[in-house]
Design a protein around this ligand. Structure first.
Ligand code: NAD
Length: 369
C-alpha cells in the first residue's frame, strides 16, 4: 500500500475543528487499504505565535518542505490583532507559500446538485457546474517593482504598482492549466487584457505558444478578463479550466467561488514546480475560508471545504484520483440525504455540527469503498 507524509497545520479558530474531520477521512482511507497517511501536526498562525513568538517555526517549515503535502486549516483572529506585523498570523501562510515556491493556485468551483438552489444564480445556470480557476500566485502586480507612493513637488501623491511577468512565469502556469485540462474536459481559457496591457500581450502570446507546441490536442481560447467575469455569471458551464494572472485570478476565482454558495464548501490547492528528479511538486491544500472567529469552538463549522482540500491532495499530490472521486461522491451523498451544517441549511431548518458532518461523510465513504 502506498504511503504518504502529510503535515497538518490546523491553525486558529475553526481550523483545528475542521482538520479533525480530515483526520477521520484519512484514517478511514488507511483502514480501507486505499493508502497509508503518516501525519504530523504542528502549529501555525496565532497559535504558533502564542507558543513560540513566530507565526511558523523553522522546524515546522522544515517538515513542510519534506512532506508529500501540507494541509492547512486557517489562521488569524481578533486575539492577534496587535501582534507585531512580521509575526501576524498570516505571516505563517505567506512564508509557506514563499519558501515552498507555490506559484499555482487551483480553485475548483463545483456545484453539488443538492445545493443548486442555494446559489444566487438560477438552478439551470449552475447545476452540474465544474470549473477550475488556475491563478498565478507569486508574480504580477502584487509583487512587481516599483511599488510605491511618492509625494510630488506640487504636494500631490502618486501611487505605482507594477504589473510584470516573464516568459518563464507564464509558461509554467500555462503548463499547470493544460495538464489539468487533459485530465478534465480538455479545454483551457486564458484570460488577460491584451487590448490595454503589454503584460496581457505577452501572456496571450506565451500561452498560445505553449498550447500549440506542447498541448496541440487541448482546446485553447482567450477571453478578456472583464468579459470572462461577465461570462462567469452569464453561462459558467462554457468553461473547463481558466488560467489567469495573480490580479485577475484573485477576482475571477472569488466570482466563480460564489457561484456555488457558502465559503464553507470551497477547497483550494497551491502547487510548486515539479522536482527535476522525482517529478513531485511541493503542495499546500487549504479551504478558502478563514478562521471564522464568530463560530470558533462551537462545533458549528462546515468541514466540507477542508475535507475537499484533502480530496484535492489525493488527486494532485498522491495520484489517487479514484479515491478523490470517492470523497467527492461521499460529500454529494451526504448533501443529497439532506444533511446540512448551519451555513448551508435553509433558514429555520435543522442543522448538524462539524463532527456529525465528518461522521456522515465517513459513513457515506464506507458505503462506497
Ligand atoms: P472567514 O472566512 O473566517 O468568515 C467569514 C464568514 O463565513 C463568517 O461568518 C464565518 O462564520 C463563515 N464561515 C467561514 N468558514 C466557515 C465554515 N467552514 N463553516 C461555516 N461558516 C463559515 O473570514 P473573515 O471573517 O473575514 O476572517 C476571519 C479571520 O480569518 C481573520 O483573522 C482573517 O484574517 C482570517 N482569514 C484567514 C484566511 C486563511 O487562513 N487563509 C483566509 C481568510 C481570512
Amino acid at each position: 500500500m502506498a504511503s504518504f507524509n502529510l503535515l497538518l497545520l490546523p491553525g486558529d479558530g475553526i481550523g483545528p475543528e475542521v482538520m479533525g474531520e480530515v483526520k477521520k477521512v484519512a484514517d478511514f482511507l488507511g483502514s480501507a487499504g486505499v493508502a497509508k497517511f503518516e501525519t504530523e501536526t504542528d502549529l501555525v498562525g496565532g497559535s504558533a505565535y502564542d507558543a513560540h513568538g513566530v507565526a511558523i517555526t523553522d522546524a515546522a517549515m522544515k517538515t513542510a518542505m519534506a512532506a508529500d503535502a501540507v494541509l492547512f486549516g486557517a489562521v488569524g483572529g481578533p486575539k492577534w490583532a496587535k501582534v507585531p506585523y512580521e509575526h501576524r498570523p498570516e505571516a505563517g501562510l505567506l512564508r509557506l507559500r514563499k519558501d515552498m515556491e507555490l506559484f499555482a493556485n487551483l480553485r475548483p468551483a463545483v456545484c453539488y446538485p443538492a445545493l443548486a438552489d442555494a446559489s444566487s444564480l438560477k438552478r439551470e445556470i449552475i447545476e452540474g457546474l465544474d470549473i477550475m480557476i488556475v491563478r498565478e500566485l507569486t508574480g504580477g502586480v502584487y509583487f512587481g517593482e516599483p511599488k510605491e507612493i511618492v509625494t510630488l513637488e506640487n504636494g500631490e501623491k502618486r501611487a505605482v504598482d507594477t504589473q510584470v511577468y516573464t516568459t518563464h512565469e507564464i509558461e509554467r502556469i500555462a503548463r499547470v492549466a493544460f495538464d489539468l485540462a487533459k485530465v478534465r474536459r480538455n479545454k483551457v481559457t486564458s484570460s488577460e487584457k491584451h487590448n490595454v496591457m503589454r503584460s496581457g500581450v505577452l501572456w496571450k502570446e506565451v500561452v498560445s505558444k505553449v498550447g500549440a507546441t506542447e498541448y496541440p490536442d487541448v482546446e485553447l481560447d482567450h477571453h478578456l478578463a472583464d468579459a470572462c467575469g461577465m461570462q462567469l455569471v452569464r453561462w459558467p458551464k462554457q468553461y473547463d479550466v481558466i488560467v489567469c494572472d495573480n490580479l485577475f485570478g484573485d477576482m475571477l476565482s472569488d466570482v466563480a467561488a460564489m457561484l456555488t454558495g457558502s465559503l464553507g464548501m470551497l477547497p483550494s490547492a497551491s502547487l510548486g514546480a515539479p522536482d527535476a528528479k522525482t517529478g513531485k511538486r511541493k503542495a499546500l491544500y487549504e479551504p478558502v475560508h478563514g478562521s471564522a472567529p464568530d463560530i470558533a469552538g462551537q462545533g458549528l463549522a462546515n468541514p466540507i471545504a477542508m475535507i475537499g482540500s484533502f480530496g484535492m491532495a489525493l488527486r494532485y499530490s498522491f495520484g489517487l484520483g479514484q479515491a478523490a472521486d470517492l470523497v467527492d461522491a461521499a460529500i454529494a451523498d451526504v448533501l443529497a440525504s439532506g444533511s446540512r451544517t448551519r451555513d448551508i441549511a435553509a433558514k429555520g431548518a435543522n442543522a448538524i455540527g462539524t463532527k456529525d458532518m465528518g461522521d456522515a461523510i465517513v459513513a457515506a465513504l464506507k458505503k462506497r469503498v
